[in-house]
Design a protein around this ligand. Structure first.
Ligand SMILES: Cc1ncc(COP(=O)(O)O)c(C=O)c1O
Length: 446
Protein backbone atom coordinates (compact mmCIF):
# COMPACT_ATOMS: atom_id res chain seq x y z
CA UNK A 1 0.00 0.00 0.00
CA UNK A 2 1.23 3.50 -0.87
CA UNK A 3 0.22 5.14 2.44
CA UNK A 4 -0.70 8.48 0.88
CA UNK A 5 -1.60 9.97 4.25
CA UNK A 6 1.82 9.17 5.74
CA UNK A 7 3.50 10.62 2.69
CA UNK A 8 1.43 13.78 3.01
CA UNK A 9 2.25 14.20 6.70
CA UNK A 10 5.97 13.82 6.05
CA UNK A 11 5.86 16.39 3.29
CA UNK A 12 3.93 18.76 5.54
CA UNK A 13 6.54 18.37 8.30
CA UNK A 14 9.39 19.10 5.87
CA UNK A 15 8.02 22.63 5.42
CA UNK A 16 8.52 23.29 9.15
CA UNK A 17 5.12 24.98 9.26
CA UNK A 18 4.19 27.54 11.88
CA UNK A 19 0.64 27.05 13.09
CA UNK A 20 -1.65 30.06 13.38
CA UNK A 21 -4.67 27.76 13.48
CA UNK A 22 -6.30 25.16 15.71
CA UNK A 23 -5.51 22.94 17.60
CA UNK A 24 -4.31 25.06 20.50
CA UNK A 25 -1.11 23.08 21.05
CA UNK A 26 0.25 24.60 17.78
CA UNK A 27 2.04 21.58 16.37
CA UNK A 28 3.00 20.51 19.89
CA UNK A 29 4.74 23.78 20.81
CA UNK A 30 2.28 25.02 23.47
CA UNK A 31 1.51 23.25 26.76
CA UNK A 32 2.86 19.82 27.53
CA UNK A 33 1.40 16.83 25.72
CA UNK A 34 4.42 14.58 25.92
CA UNK A 35 2.37 12.02 27.83
CA UNK A 36 0.16 11.44 24.78
CA UNK A 37 2.35 8.75 23.32
CA UNK A 38 1.28 5.37 22.10
CA UNK A 39 2.44 3.67 25.31
CA UNK A 40 -0.46 5.37 27.07
CA UNK A 41 -3.07 4.37 24.51
CA UNK A 42 -4.90 1.99 26.80
CA UNK A 43 -8.52 1.03 27.30
CA UNK A 44 -10.68 -0.03 30.25
CA UNK A 45 -8.18 -2.50 31.69
CA UNK A 46 -8.18 -3.44 35.37
CA UNK A 47 -7.63 -0.41 37.54
CA UNK A 48 -8.88 2.03 34.95
CA UNK A 49 -12.34 3.47 34.50
CA UNK A 50 -15.23 3.54 32.01
CA UNK A 51 -16.14 7.01 30.74
CA UNK A 52 -19.75 5.93 30.29
CA UNK A 53 -20.04 4.87 33.95
CA UNK A 54 -17.20 6.79 35.49
CA UNK A 55 -16.70 5.87 39.14
CA UNK A 56 -12.96 5.65 39.61
CA UNK A 57 -10.02 7.54 38.08
CA UNK A 58 -12.08 9.23 35.34
CA UNK A 59 -14.67 10.25 37.91
CA UNK A 60 -11.88 11.67 40.07
CA UNK A 61 -10.29 13.47 37.10
CA UNK A 62 -13.60 14.99 35.93
CA UNK A 63 -14.51 15.95 39.51
CA UNK A 64 -11.43 18.19 39.48
CA UNK A 65 -12.57 20.06 36.38
CA UNK A 66 -13.20 23.35 37.96
CA UNK A 67 -13.98 26.52 36.08
CA UNK A 68 -17.07 27.66 37.93
CA UNK A 69 -18.49 26.30 41.20
CA UNK A 70 -21.99 25.87 39.73
CA UNK A 71 -20.92 23.56 36.91
CA UNK A 72 -19.90 19.95 36.55
CA UNK A 73 -17.70 19.08 33.57
CA UNK A 74 -17.87 15.96 31.37
CA UNK A 75 -15.03 14.84 29.11
CA UNK A 76 -16.05 14.53 25.47
CA UNK A 77 -13.97 12.42 23.10
CA UNK A 78 -16.08 13.07 19.98
CA UNK A 79 -15.71 16.83 20.07
CA UNK A 80 -18.17 19.55 20.92
CA UNK A 81 -20.33 17.96 18.24
CA UNK A 82 -21.17 15.07 20.61
CA UNK A 83 -22.10 17.45 23.45
CA UNK A 84 -24.42 19.42 21.19
CA UNK A 85 -26.08 16.24 19.91
CA UNK A 86 -26.58 14.92 23.46
CA UNK A 87 -28.16 18.13 24.82
CA UNK A 88 -30.52 18.77 21.90
CA UNK A 89 -31.57 15.14 21.54
CA UNK A 90 -32.40 15.06 25.25
CA UNK A 91 -35.38 17.35 24.63
CA UNK A 92 -36.67 15.47 21.57
CA UNK A 93 -39.71 14.03 23.33
CA UNK A 94 -40.71 17.35 24.90
CA UNK A 95 -43.41 19.50 23.29
CA UNK A 96 -42.30 22.78 21.74
CA UNK A 97 -39.60 24.27 19.53
CA UNK A 98 -35.87 24.71 19.84
CA UNK A 99 -34.93 28.39 19.32
CA UNK A 100 -31.64 28.68 17.50
CA UNK A 101 -29.40 31.51 16.34
CA UNK A 102 -28.90 31.67 12.58
CA UNK A 103 -25.19 30.82 12.89
CA UNK A 104 -25.39 27.53 14.77
CA UNK A 105 -23.02 24.71 13.85
CA UNK A 106 -24.26 21.92 11.58
CA UNK A 107 -24.38 19.50 14.53
CA UNK A 108 -27.40 21.49 15.78
CA UNK A 109 -29.29 20.70 12.57
CA UNK A 110 -28.18 17.08 12.74
CA UNK A 111 -29.58 16.84 16.27
CA UNK A 112 -32.89 18.41 15.19
CA UNK A 113 -33.09 15.99 12.29
CA UNK A 114 -32.41 12.93 14.46
CA UNK A 115 -35.24 13.81 16.82
CA UNK A 116 -37.53 15.28 14.12
CA UNK A 117 -37.66 18.47 16.18
CA UNK A 118 -38.91 21.79 14.86
CA UNK A 119 -37.11 25.07 15.45
CA UNK A 120 -37.50 28.83 15.45
CA UNK A 121 -34.58 30.68 13.94
CA UNK A 122 -33.82 33.80 15.97
CA UNK A 123 -33.16 37.15 14.32
CA UNK A 124 -29.36 37.26 14.12
CA UNK A 125 -27.43 40.38 13.20
CA UNK A 126 -24.35 40.57 11.02
CA UNK A 127 -21.11 42.15 12.21
CA UNK A 128 -19.92 45.23 10.31
CA UNK A 129 -16.32 44.27 11.10
CA UNK A 130 -16.32 40.76 9.68
CA UNK A 131 -19.51 40.29 7.65
CA UNK A 132 -20.33 37.24 9.82
CA UNK A 133 -23.46 36.53 11.82
CA UNK A 134 -22.69 37.59 15.35
CA UNK A 135 -25.54 38.43 17.73
CA UNK A 136 -28.90 36.69 18.21
CA UNK A 137 -31.86 38.87 19.10
CA UNK A 138 -34.13 36.84 21.34
CA UNK A 139 -36.60 39.69 21.87
CA UNK A 140 -38.18 39.36 18.42
CA UNK A 141 -39.28 35.73 18.91
CA UNK A 142 -42.23 34.53 20.97
CA UNK A 143 -40.65 32.10 23.43
CA UNK A 144 -43.93 30.77 24.85
CA UNK A 145 -43.49 27.48 22.94
CA UNK A 146 -39.71 27.23 23.20
CA UNK A 147 -38.24 24.26 25.09
CA UNK A 148 -34.53 24.99 24.54
CA UNK A 149 -32.45 27.95 23.32
CA UNK A 150 -29.22 27.40 21.37
CA UNK A 151 -26.72 30.17 20.60
CA UNK A 152 -23.12 30.33 19.36
CA UNK A 153 -20.80 32.41 21.56
CA UNK A 154 -18.34 33.61 20.37
CA UNK A 155 -18.62 33.22 16.61
CA UNK A 156 -15.83 31.65 14.60
CA UNK A 157 -14.14 35.05 14.23
CA UNK A 158 -13.96 35.69 17.98
CA UNK A 159 -16.86 38.14 18.19
CA UNK A 160 -18.93 38.17 21.35
CA UNK A 161 -22.21 39.75 22.46
CA UNK A 162 -24.05 40.30 25.73
CA UNK A 163 -24.65 36.62 26.41
CA UNK A 164 -25.85 37.32 29.96
CA UNK A 165 -28.75 39.29 28.51
CA UNK A 166 -29.64 36.50 26.09
CA UNK A 167 -29.53 33.85 28.83
CA UNK A 168 -31.71 36.06 31.03
CA UNK A 169 -34.28 36.51 28.25
CA UNK A 170 -34.60 32.73 27.83
CA UNK A 171 -34.73 32.18 31.57
CA UNK A 172 -37.60 34.67 31.92
CA UNK A 173 -39.66 32.08 30.02
CA UNK A 174 -38.10 29.18 31.97
CA UNK A 175 -36.30 28.08 28.85
CA UNK A 176 -32.92 26.37 29.43
CA UNK A 177 -30.06 27.54 27.21
CA UNK A 178 -27.28 25.66 25.45
CA UNK A 179 -24.30 27.87 24.60
CA UNK A 180 -22.00 26.53 21.91
CA UNK A 181 -18.75 27.97 23.27
CA UNK A 182 -16.63 25.81 20.95
CA UNK A 183 -14.27 28.74 20.33
CA UNK A 184 -14.10 29.90 23.95
CA UNK A 185 -12.40 27.21 26.06
CA UNK A 186 -9.86 29.86 27.11
CA UNK A 187 -12.52 32.38 28.19
CA UNK A 188 -12.34 33.79 31.73
CA UNK A 189 -8.55 33.82 31.60
CA UNK A 190 -7.31 37.31 32.59
CA UNK A 191 -7.76 39.74 29.66
CA UNK A 192 -10.12 37.44 27.70
CA UNK A 193 -13.93 37.64 27.43
CA UNK A 194 -16.16 36.07 30.06
CA UNK A 195 -17.50 32.57 29.60
CA UNK A 196 -21.27 32.14 29.41
CA UNK A 197 -20.89 30.15 32.64
CA UNK A 198 -20.66 33.56 34.34
CA UNK A 199 -24.11 34.23 32.87
CA UNK A 200 -25.64 31.02 34.25
CA UNK A 201 -26.17 29.24 30.90
CA UNK A 202 -27.57 25.77 31.54
CA UNK A 203 -25.25 23.87 29.20
CA UNK A 204 -21.92 25.14 27.86
CA UNK A 205 -19.79 23.13 25.42
CA UNK A 206 -16.17 24.07 24.85
CA UNK A 207 -13.78 22.62 22.27
CA UNK A 208 -10.68 22.44 24.45
CA UNK A 209 -8.74 21.31 21.39
CA UNK A 210 -9.39 24.51 19.48
CA UNK A 211 -7.78 27.04 21.80
CA UNK A 212 -6.18 25.15 24.72
CA UNK A 213 -3.38 22.61 24.34
CA UNK A 214 -5.29 19.32 24.07
CA UNK A 215 -5.67 16.75 21.30
CA UNK A 216 -8.13 17.27 18.45
CA UNK A 217 -11.65 15.98 19.28
CA UNK A 218 -11.25 16.58 23.02
CA UNK A 219 -13.94 18.87 24.46
CA UNK A 220 -15.80 19.46 27.71
CA UNK A 221 -19.55 19.72 28.33
CA UNK A 222 -20.44 21.82 31.39
CA UNK A 223 -23.84 21.34 32.99
CA UNK A 224 -25.18 23.83 35.55
CA UNK A 225 -26.19 22.33 38.90
CA UNK A 226 -29.82 23.48 38.43
CA UNK A 227 -30.14 22.58 34.71
CA UNK A 228 -32.92 20.15 33.73
CA UNK A 229 -32.54 16.83 31.84
CA UNK A 230 -29.10 15.93 33.26
CA UNK A 231 -29.77 12.19 33.22
CA UNK A 232 -31.11 12.24 29.67
CA UNK A 233 -28.05 14.14 28.52
CA UNK A 234 -25.77 11.69 30.29
CA UNK A 235 -27.56 8.93 28.38
CA UNK A 236 -27.06 10.89 25.14
CA UNK A 237 -23.33 11.11 25.81
CA UNK A 238 -23.25 7.30 25.67
CA UNK A 239 -25.28 7.24 22.46
CA UNK A 240 -23.18 9.82 20.63
CA UNK A 241 -19.71 8.83 21.80
CA UNK A 242 -17.47 5.89 21.11
CA UNK A 243 -17.60 2.97 23.54
CA UNK A 244 -13.78 2.99 23.35
CA UNK A 245 -12.99 6.52 24.53
CA UNK A 246 -9.34 7.36 24.01
CA UNK A 247 -7.26 7.69 27.16
CA UNK A 248 -4.87 9.87 25.21
CA UNK A 249 -7.63 12.38 24.54
CA UNK A 250 -8.80 12.27 28.15
CA UNK A 251 -5.26 12.69 29.51
CA UNK A 252 -4.79 15.65 27.19
CA UNK A 253 -8.00 17.19 28.56
CA UNK A 254 -6.76 16.83 32.11
CA UNK A 255 -3.44 18.44 31.11
CA UNK A 256 -5.24 21.29 29.29
CA UNK A 257 -7.34 21.95 32.37
CA UNK A 258 -4.19 22.12 34.53
CA UNK A 259 -2.65 24.46 31.93
CA UNK A 260 -5.74 26.69 32.06
CA UNK A 261 -5.78 26.83 35.86
CA UNK A 262 -2.16 27.93 36.14
CA UNK A 263 -2.08 30.19 33.06
CA UNK A 264 -0.64 33.68 33.39
CA UNK A 265 -1.60 35.76 30.35
CA UNK A 266 1.03 38.52 30.81
CA UNK A 267 3.44 37.05 28.26
CA UNK A 268 0.59 36.42 25.81
CA UNK A 269 -0.34 40.08 25.71
CA UNK A 270 3.29 41.19 25.36
CA UNK A 271 3.91 38.88 22.40
CA UNK A 272 0.58 39.73 20.79
CA UNK A 273 1.53 43.40 20.87
CA UNK A 274 4.88 42.65 19.26
CA UNK A 275 3.22 40.50 16.60
CA UNK A 276 0.60 43.12 15.71
CA UNK A 277 3.35 45.72 15.39
CA UNK A 278 5.29 43.44 13.01
CA UNK A 279 2.18 42.87 10.86
CA UNK A 280 1.41 46.60 10.70
CA UNK A 281 5.01 47.37 9.93
CA UNK A 282 4.65 45.11 6.92
CA UNK A 283 1.72 47.22 5.71
CA UNK A 284 -0.98 44.77 6.73
CA UNK A 285 -4.24 45.87 8.34
CA UNK A 286 -5.02 44.08 11.60
CA UNK A 287 -8.60 43.83 12.82
CA UNK A 288 -9.14 42.77 16.40
CA UNK A 289 -12.41 41.15 17.49
CA UNK A 290 -13.37 41.02 21.19
CA UNK A 291 -11.43 37.77 21.69
CA UNK A 292 -7.72 38.75 21.74
CA UNK A 293 -6.81 35.22 20.62
CA UNK A 294 -8.07 35.94 17.09
CA UNK A 295 -6.63 38.35 14.53
CA UNK A 296 -8.12 39.23 11.15
CA UNK A 297 -5.49 40.35 8.70
CA UNK A 298 -6.10 42.22 5.43
CA UNK A 299 -4.06 43.71 2.65
CA UNK A 300 -5.56 46.36 0.42
CA UNK A 301 -6.23 44.96 -3.04
CA UNK A 302 -5.82 41.28 -2.12
CA UNK A 303 -8.52 38.73 -1.39
CA UNK A 304 -8.13 36.75 1.79
CA UNK A 305 -7.25 33.63 -0.19
CA UNK A 306 -4.45 35.44 -2.09
CA UNK A 307 -3.06 36.69 1.22
CA UNK A 308 -3.32 33.18 2.66
CA UNK A 309 -1.34 31.84 -0.33
CA UNK A 310 1.40 34.45 0.28
CA UNK A 311 1.61 33.47 3.95
CA UNK A 312 1.73 29.78 3.07
CA UNK A 313 4.73 30.30 0.80
CA UNK A 314 6.52 31.26 4.03
CA UNK A 315 5.06 28.17 5.75
CA UNK A 316 2.79 30.25 7.97
CA UNK A 317 -0.42 28.20 8.07
CA UNK A 318 -3.64 30.09 8.80
CA UNK A 319 -7.04 29.14 10.26
CA UNK A 320 -9.07 30.34 7.29
CA UNK A 321 -9.45 33.05 4.72
CA UNK A 322 -12.55 34.71 3.30
CA UNK A 323 -13.17 37.24 0.56
CA UNK A 324 -11.49 40.02 2.54
CA UNK A 325 -9.17 38.66 5.17
CA UNK A 326 -7.15 35.89 6.75
CA UNK A 327 -8.00 34.66 10.25
CA UNK A 328 -5.26 33.67 12.72
CA UNK A 329 -5.76 31.87 16.02
CA UNK A 330 -2.88 32.93 18.26
CA UNK A 331 -1.02 30.59 20.61
CA UNK A 332 -1.44 30.94 24.36
CA UNK A 333 2.26 31.69 24.76
CA UNK A 334 3.80 30.81 28.07
CA UNK A 335 7.19 30.63 29.78
CA UNK A 336 9.28 27.92 28.16
CA UNK A 337 6.87 27.22 25.33
CA UNK A 338 8.46 25.86 22.15
CA UNK A 339 6.58 28.12 19.75
CA UNK A 340 8.94 29.56 17.07
CA UNK A 341 8.05 33.19 17.72
CA UNK A 342 11.25 34.74 16.33
CA UNK A 343 10.93 32.64 13.18
CA UNK A 344 7.35 33.84 12.78
CA UNK A 345 8.51 37.46 12.91
CA UNK A 346 11.22 36.70 10.32
CA UNK A 347 8.77 34.94 8.04
CA UNK A 348 6.30 37.84 8.25
CA UNK A 349 9.13 40.09 7.12
CA UNK A 350 9.72 37.81 4.11
CA UNK A 351 6.08 37.72 2.88
CA UNK A 352 5.88 39.22 -0.59
CA UNK A 353 2.93 41.58 -0.93
CA UNK A 354 2.10 42.84 -4.38
CA UNK A 355 -0.98 45.04 -4.54
CA UNK A 356 -3.86 43.22 -6.22
CA UNK A 357 -6.91 44.53 -8.01
CA UNK A 358 -9.64 43.57 -5.57
CA UNK A 359 -11.90 46.43 -4.58
CA UNK A 360 -11.94 47.26 -0.87
CA UNK A 361 -14.11 45.54 1.74
CA UNK A 362 -16.57 43.25 0.01
CA UNK A 363 -19.66 42.44 2.05
CA UNK A 364 -21.73 39.40 1.05
CA UNK A 365 -25.25 40.42 0.02
CA UNK A 366 -28.54 39.02 1.32
CA UNK A 367 -27.58 37.54 4.66
CA UNK A 368 -30.73 36.38 6.37
CA UNK A 369 -31.17 38.19 9.62
CA UNK A 370 -34.92 37.93 10.28
CA UNK A 371 -36.61 35.35 12.51
CA UNK A 372 -38.23 32.38 10.77
CA UNK A 373 -39.70 28.96 11.47
CA UNK A 374 -37.60 25.93 10.64
CA UNK A 375 -38.83 22.39 10.09
CA UNK A 376 -36.33 19.65 9.51
CA UNK A 377 -37.32 17.45 6.53
CA UNK A 378 -35.28 14.31 7.21
CA UNK A 379 -34.31 12.09 4.28
CA UNK A 380 -36.41 12.63 1.15
CA UNK A 381 -36.33 11.75 -2.53
CA UNK A 382 -34.44 14.64 -4.10
CA UNK A 383 -32.96 15.84 -7.36
CA UNK A 384 -30.24 18.16 -8.49
CA UNK A 385 -31.21 21.29 -10.47
CA UNK A 386 -29.45 24.51 -11.60
CA UNK A 387 -29.69 26.97 -8.71
CA UNK A 388 -31.07 29.68 -11.01
CA UNK A 389 -34.20 27.54 -11.51
CA UNK A 390 -34.70 26.62 -7.86
CA UNK A 391 -37.04 29.40 -6.70
CA UNK A 392 -39.99 27.93 -4.77
CA UNK A 393 -38.36 24.51 -4.30
CA UNK A 394 -37.42 23.10 -0.87
CA UNK A 395 -33.70 22.66 -0.23
CA UNK A 396 -32.89 18.99 0.41
CA UNK A 397 -29.32 19.75 1.52
CA UNK A 398 -27.79 22.64 3.46
CA UNK A 399 -25.65 25.05 1.47
CA UNK A 400 -22.54 25.52 3.58
CA UNK A 401 -19.77 27.86 2.45
CA UNK A 402 -16.27 26.86 3.60
CA UNK A 403 -14.93 28.58 5.55
CA UNK A 404 -16.28 28.77 8.15
CA UNK A 405 -18.48 25.71 7.55
CA UNK A 406 -21.63 27.05 9.18
CA UNK A 407 -24.77 26.16 7.13
CA UNK A 408 -25.99 29.33 5.44
CA UNK A 409 -29.08 28.21 3.52
CA UNK A 410 -30.84 25.40 5.30
CA UNK A 411 -32.20 22.04 4.28
CA UNK A 412 -35.99 22.45 4.49
CA UNK A 413 -36.00 26.15 3.55
CA UNK A 414 -37.90 27.31 0.47
CA UNK A 415 -35.56 28.90 -2.07
CA UNK A 416 -36.22 32.64 -2.61
CA UNK A 417 -34.89 35.18 -5.12
CA UNK A 418 -32.54 36.61 -2.48
CA UNK A 419 -31.13 33.16 -1.81
CA UNK A 420 -30.45 32.75 -5.53
CA UNK A 421 -28.62 36.09 -5.51
CA UNK A 422 -26.48 34.93 -2.59
CA UNK A 423 -25.61 31.69 -4.42
CA UNK A 424 -24.74 33.78 -7.47
CA UNK A 425 -22.36 35.84 -5.29
CA UNK A 426 -20.66 32.65 -4.03
CA UNK A 427 -20.34 31.35 -7.60
CA UNK A 428 -18.88 34.61 -8.91
CA UNK A 429 -16.23 34.63 -6.15
CA UNK A 430 -15.38 30.95 -6.59
CA UNK A 431 -16.36 30.05 -3.00
CA UNK A 432 -16.23 26.42 -1.94
CA UNK A 433 -19.82 25.60 -0.95
CA UNK A 434 -20.85 22.18 0.30
CA UNK A 435 -24.17 21.38 -1.42
CA UNK A 436 -23.41 23.38 -4.59
CA UNK A 437 -21.76 21.35 -7.35
CA UNK A 438 -21.32 22.53 -10.94
CA UNK A 439 -23.92 25.24 -10.39
CA UNK A 440 -26.51 22.73 -9.17
CA UNK A 441 -28.20 22.31 -5.79
CA UNK A 442 -30.29 19.47 -4.37
CA UNK A 443 -34.00 20.09 -3.86
CA UNK A 444 -36.84 17.98 -2.57
CA UNK A 445 -38.53 16.01 -5.33
CA UNK A 446 -42.11 17.29 -5.21
C1 LIG B 1 -19.26 27.09 16.30
C2 LIG B 1 -18.83 25.64 16.31
N1 LIG B 1 -19.53 24.77 17.07
C3 LIG B 1 -19.19 23.46 17.12
C4 LIG B 1 -18.13 22.97 16.39
C5 LIG B 1 -17.80 21.52 16.48
O1 LIG B 1 -16.73 21.35 17.36
P1 LIG B 1 -15.89 20.02 17.45
O2 LIG B 1 -14.92 20.06 16.30
O3 LIG B 1 -15.20 20.11 18.76
O4 LIG B 1 -16.82 18.86 17.35
C6 LIG B 1 -17.39 23.83 15.58
C7 LIG B 1 -16.28 23.33 14.78
O5 LIG B 1 -15.60 24.01 14.06
C8 LIG B 1 -17.76 25.22 15.53
O6 LIG B 1 -17.08 26.09 14.76
Amino acid sequence: MQQPLRAKMLKWQERQPISMHVPGHKNGTIGDLLMTQVLNDITEITGFDNLHHAEDVLYESMAQLNKHPDYRGYYLVNGTTSGILAVIHAVASIQGDVSIARNVHKSVFHALELGQQSAQILATSVSEKTGQYSKPDVGTTDLAHTKLGVVTYPNYYGETFDVAHVVEQFHQFNVPVLVDEAHGAHFDLPGFPESSMQAGADYVVQSYHKTLPSLTMSSVLWIHKDAPYREWIEHGLQVFQSSSPSYLLMESLEAAQAFYESYDSTLFFEKRKQLIAALKNKGLTVITPQDPLKLLIRYEGLTGSSLQAQMETQAIDVELSDENAVLWVLPLWHDQDRFPFEQLLERIERIILTPGVKSSYDKPPYLFTKPSAYQTIGMHPSRSIPYQKAEGYTLAQHLTPYPPGIPSLLKGEIVTTDMIKLIEYWQSRGFRVEGLTDGKITVKDE
